[in-house]
Ligand binder design. Structure first.
Ligand code: DWN
Length: 401
């Protein structure tokens, strides 16, 4: 049975950056539900994929050093450990990962045409398609036995998990490996990360939920990596369950135990999380109101998809935040969806002349950002964050995430 545990209110599409201020956005009610049969956590209103992943999808995964390093290290590990003869990436974005593989043996799948163009221009065979049965038919003609499949921050975006995993099952060679990585529900709950929920993240997975789904397709998780990216992600290594060459690492059992101990199989854990989220909202709104009462300037740092959830849920808008800074070309001079805050190009390091406070939209890159903005912090500039708790961070900050 599916039960709703969290209501994040009326929300626009998180990456729908508007060309004009006072833009007309379509809003939908963002409610989050838990299915106690398969332990799956999902959003209640699904927006058709073709309305989201189109010719102007704005997100580029190369915009943070953290992700670049993560992809580089993984590519090295895959080459050394699994030595695949060929590799497919589902959701190849701007090619930040696939660039470490030889063009002759790599294939990209990317439904956003503006992004598919980027890997094509770099010489990679790229299918501008969604991951489905008709696509795997085409791929099979080029690579009949796929050795390795990789997909980062993409499977959680796909509504039809049955098609997704059935296609993986059908195309993966007997001894092949599929690796998927997505934000971890356990880490999100532990750190009160409610902004992983937005229209693009149909699911936020736990290991226990994925395990149940994969069993249906005779697929099995044999290893995991716990990552610090995106506030805490899990990287799942998947094989055919008949493949006995790859043994199940004990990290899988440890993670499973942790999730059960935390209560990810029980609805009451979800209700408690929702209570913490409502409390977090009150505290964050208080912080903004106090700062504005003292007539101090606040800007936003990193116009993330996640921050759409926070700003619209907490009703923080251009009366609170003067503008956002972001490095992504597609977002510059546009307005944040729903909250209508202008996004300016990040051109130089932050100064205390610009503002006294910066709201961390990209809190998941806090370490990278604080290193870059150490002078702003040293001179008394402050950051506002809501993760893991709403608060203000000044120069005495020690990174704990
Ligand atoms: O799953 C998804 C994840 C991986 O990426 C997608 N649904 C969409 C997107 O979500 P997001 O927008 O919340 O992701 P990020 O990676 O947290 O976005 C970071 C944003 O901050 C980018 O717009 C780039 C920007 N940024 C910046 O301006 N200066 C980032 C860094 C590190 C910086 O120094």
């Amino acid at each position: 049975m599916k039960k709703i545990f969290l209501n994040l209110g009326l929300q626009p599409m998180a990456n729908n950056f508007a060309i004009k201020s006072k833009n007309k956005q379509k809003f939908y009610n963002l409610k989050i539900k838990f299915d106690n049969k398969n332990y799956l956590t999902s959003i209640s209103k699904i927006i058709p994929s073709k309305n989201i992943y189109n010719s102007h999808y704005p997100y580029l995964s190369s915009m943070s050093k953290t992700m670049q390093v993560s992809f580089k290290n993984l590519a090295k590990k895959i080459k050394n450990k699994y030595k695949p003869k060929n590799i497919i990436e589902i959701g190849s974005n701007d090619g930040s990962f696939i660039k470490y593989f030889n063009k002759k043996n790599a294939l990209c799948v990317e439904p956003c045409s503006n992004l598919a163009k980027l890997t094509r221009n770099k010489g990679y065979k790229t299918f501008n398609n969604f991951w489905d049965y008709s696509l795997i038919k085409k791929i099979k003609k080029i690579i009949p036995n796929v050795d390795f499949i990789y997909s980062a921050n993409t499977i959680s975006h796909i509504n039809n998990l049955n098609t997704t995993f059935d296609c993986i099952k059908k195309i993966l060679s007997k001894n092949g490996v599929a690796v998927i990585e997505d934000p971890s529900l356990l880490e999100s709950f532990k750190k009160n990360i409610y902004d992983q929920f937005y229209n693009e993240h149909v699911y936020v997975f736990s290991l226990i939920s994925l395990k149940k789904i994969l069993t249906k397709y005779n697929l099995e998780i044999f290893d995991i990596d716990r990552l610090s990216t995106h506030g805490g992600s899990l990287r799942y290594y998947i094989k055919h369950n008949k493949n006995n060459k790859l043994k199940i690492n004990k990290k899988v059992f440890i993670q499973e135990k942790k999730e059960i101990k935390f209560g990810l199989n029980k609805f009451k854990t979800y209700i408690k999380f929702a209570e913490r989220v409502y409390d977090s909202k009150k505290k964050l709104v208080d912080i903004f109101n106090k700062i504005k009462k003292n007539k101090k300037r606040i800007i936003g740092y990193g116009a993330t998809a996640k921050s759409a959830t926070v700003l619209n849920f907490c009703k923080i808008n251009n009366k609170h935040i003067d503008y956002f800074l972001d490095t992504t070309p597609y977002k510059i001079n546009k307005y944040t969806p729903g909250s209508n805050i202008l996004i300016k190009k990040y051109e130089r390091k932050l100064s205390t002349e610009d503002c006294e406070y910066a709201f961390l939209g990209a809190w998941n890159f806090k370490k990278e950002i604080f290193l870059k903005e150490k002078d702003f912090l040293r001179k008394g500039g402050k950051f506002i964050t809501h993760v893991p708790f709403p608060g203000i961070i000044g120069k005495k900050f020690k990174n704990k995430l």
